[in-house]
Design a protein around this ligand. Sequence first.
Ligand SMILES: NC(=O)c1ccc[n+]([C@@H]2O[C@H](COP(=O)([O-])OP(=O)(O)OC[C@H]3O[C@@H](n4cnc5c(N)ncnc54)[C@H](O)[C@@H]3O)[C@@H](O)[C@H]2O)c1
Length: 259
Amino acid sequence: MVTGAAGGIGKALAQRFHAAGATVVVADLDGDGATATAAGLLDARPASALGIHADVGTEAGNVTLIEMAETRFGPIDLFFANAGVGIGTDLDTSEAVWDTAFNVNTHAHRWAAKHLVPGWVARGEGYFCSTASAAGLLSQIGSAPYSMTKHAAVSFAEWLSITYGDRGIKVSCLCPQGVNTNMLNAGDALGMPSNNVVRASGRVLEPAEVAEVVLAAIAAEQFLILPHPEVLTFLQRKTGDYDRWLSGMRRLQARMQGN
Ligand SMILES: NC(=O)c1ccc[n+]([C@@H]2O[C@H](COP(=O)([O-])OP(=O)(O)OC[C@H]3O[C@@H](n4cnc5c(N)ncnc54)[C@H](O)[C@@H]3O)[C@@H](O)[C@H]2O)c1
């Protein structure tokens, strides 16, 4: 199962898992996009994919999605909570935007896990992957909601691994920097300052490159998936000297604002 798979990273993940032999359920708020992704997979191999319109920003949406997938194909082996929203900026961000950011970027992972993990524990296996972001390890200059919700997503994945890792549940958390998708390109169109930071921080990868790294990391059962390896260096600098890292981030922010 891959959520947020109408396009971008999710679509590339669905295509890569399918090419590796998996039967794939493609879910997205954009139901037509999900159906189109699934149709492409079905062309390659009949009865090996299903596209579902789903809103993972509610618990009921996750429950319905899981039930539809399991009715069609049986128990889910691997669930990739990838759907996300890059919305919100500063302290003036509306409550509605905060709620959507938390529901889709964070609570969706918890709701899916709540309805998957008991069955996985009973079976003795299951794999939960989530897409957070490098912003969940470092921070997102220009967006408090994105920083907070992605940190929370990393934290939930850590907790899941700690709590269930000895009971057959595998967990991985994908934390990319810039990837060439609608989310990044829409941010450019809106002139989001956070986008300048993303583009200045490293190479913008293609979704297919990210999917390749993910497949290898899952085969190795590696928790943290970093398609931009330099993120590990940034993280080590942060934890090695927090105050120095914060003043560096303030300087980067000033540069991005042309100060
Ligand atoms: N593109 C980047 O630079 C980048 C970097 C780091 C992390 N990410 C994360 O990668 C993930 C995928 O994003 P992307 O870059 O491929 O962008 P994208 O916009 O192409 O994909 C996000 C998908 O999530 C879907 N979605 C949004 N709300 C939903 C909901 N309530 N229910 C179901 N689906 C919903 C959207 O319809 C969209 O298809 C996100 O979690 C994003 O935060 C992206």
